[in-house]
Design a protein around this ligand. Structure first.
Ligand code: F0G
Length: 446
């Protein structure tokens, strides 16, 4: 079911196969270098790419552009308090701005930060403070056949092993990312959230939630965790945060906006410190790098995210795409996550060795076969790791229709049919920083 209809449309077009071949060649076989106008269905990210509601657009007209103390800021603070339960909020230009403000305030050289899995900008901000990010994913995450309902969980055994190794004084902050983007968008259970909060308390660390996809996580708790069937999404969302001291938020995900983010916290002293860093990097702490109208859109989007049936339909659409792909025997990571379907490139291209980037070849093949753009999150994006060669197809929120999903599934099926035609890629040009190579490197077919 879809409880919305289109009010405004944006044309998209599928250019010819010859034109796609030329565009991909020009882009150095890297989908980040493609012009969006040459992409038919864009699944590069679910970040900032969704469709805003009529209420959000209406709220933008109300935007108060005062430099300090705007009405827009107060409306956001009210939303954050109602939906998430935090008294103090600092708007930022997007999620990584919130990471800079919070981790720049909390971390020092030599600190160690455990997280179920760091998103890449989170990792970079921890490293930027001279601290060390450590991933503690659930062992179930590494098993593609595991049907564990909460594969996104934090592994507390790994957390305690880390405390043994580095000592609790080295760990000022424990982070939990809900849902777990680096582990195929898998959810974290309420039981795990509580256990991580206790762990943080025991080692006298602050407990921070990376809240980007908090509504999708709440949906999975309602669906899968005993005792939550009859609890509303709004109540589950608030309960998730009741255990946390602070959050970082990218509004481009579950606040349903094209740009924006914030940090929020309970402690006034932390707020006062973080505000100083916000002034330096983001702007005066009531606008944080955003226009008043962006802040108003975010204030409304946050409330919509926990108002039924938004998130149920959202996650259902992602599952629908997973089903359409599975029906065509395309290997997908199961269960499907909240914001994306992940394809297993090593199963689609068993003849392509890991050092010839089967995942990146799959991204290219999806574009060549049907103008679909996904993103590689395997050996190309994470050099030197043994991560599986997954390709993420992230669905923008409230944007594509069932016909689009069918086109995506048909495209993947034709890649599967023509798999032997694809032979792998080699890098011919790359930037100095290996960690960032997937954004700009150029490749060629081998
Ligand atoms: N944390 C998580 C879990 C994220 O997925 C992202 C962004 C951020 C933080 C940073 O937020 O982009 O607003 O600065 N993820 C996007 C993605 C870019 O495609 O997964 P941001």
């Amino acid at each position: 079911m879809r409880s919305y209809k289109a009010k405004m449309v944006e044309p998209i077009r599928l250019i010819s196969r010859e034109e796609r071949e030329a565009a991909l060649d020009e882009a150095g076989y890297n989908a980040f270098n493609l012009d969006a106008r040459d992409v038919y269905i864009d699944l590069l990210t679910d970040s900032g790419t969704g469709t805003m509601s009529a209420d959000q657009w209406a709220a933008m007209i109300r935007g108060d552009e005062a430099y300090a103390g705007s009405e827009s800021f107060h409306r956001l603070a009210d939303s954050v308090s109602d939906v998430m339960g935090f008294d103090y909020v600092i708007p930022t230009h997007q999620g990584r701005g919130a990471e800079n403000v919070l981790y720049g305030t909390l971390l020092e050289e030599g600190d160690v930060v455990p997280n179920n899995s760091h998103f890449d900008t989170t990792r970079a901000h921890v490293v930027n403070q001279g601290a060390e990010p450590i991933d503690c994913p659930s062992p179930a995450a590494r098993d593609p056949d595991s049907t564990d309902p909460f594969k996104g969980n934090f592994d507390l055994d790994a957390g305690w092993a880390l405390v043994e190794e580095v000592g609790e004084d080295a760990i000022p902050v424990v982070v939990l990312t809900i849902t777990n983007n680096s582990v195929a968008g898998q959810p974290v259970s309420m039981e795990n959230i509580e256990a991580v909060a206790e762990f943080a308390t025991e080692i006298d660390a602050l407990f921070v939630i990376d809240a980007c996809r908090f509504a999708e996580n709440a949906h999975f708790i309602k669906e899968r965790e005993p005792g939550y069937e009859d609890v509303s999404i709004a109540d589950i969302a608030r309960e998730q945060f009741a255990h946390a001291d602070a959050i970082t938020m990218s509004g481009k995900k579950d606040a349903l906006v094209n740009i924006g983010g914030f940090a929020a916290m309970r402690d006034e002293t932390l707020y006062e410190h973080a505000k100083q860093r916000a002034i330096l990097y983001e702007g005066f702490p009531t606008y944080g790098g955003l226009s008043g109208r962006d802040i108003d859109a975010m204030a409304v989007g946050l409330r919509e995210a926990v108002t039924p049936p938004y998130v149920e339909e959202r996650v259902e659409q992602v599952a629908e795409l997973g089903d359409l792909l599975s029906e065509r025997d395309v290997p997908v990571y199961l269960p499907t996550g909240g914001h994306a379907v992940y394809l297993d490139a090593s199963e689609i291209f068993p003849h392509i060795p890991k050092d010839q980037f089967p995942g990146q070849e799959l991204v290219c093949a999806l574009y060549l076969e049907g103008g679909v753009r996904g993103v590689e999150l395997g050996g190309f994006a994470f050099p030197g790791t043994d991560r599986p060669d997954l390709v993420r197809l992230a669905l923008p929120r409230r944007t594509y229709s069932y016909e689009h999903l069918e086109h995506i599934a048909e495209t993947a099926a034709s890649v599967l049919d023509n798999a032997e035609e694809y032979s792998g890629l080699e890098i011919v040009e790359e930037p100095p920083m290996k960690e960032l190579r997937h954004f700009s490197a150029k490749l060629e077919p081998v």
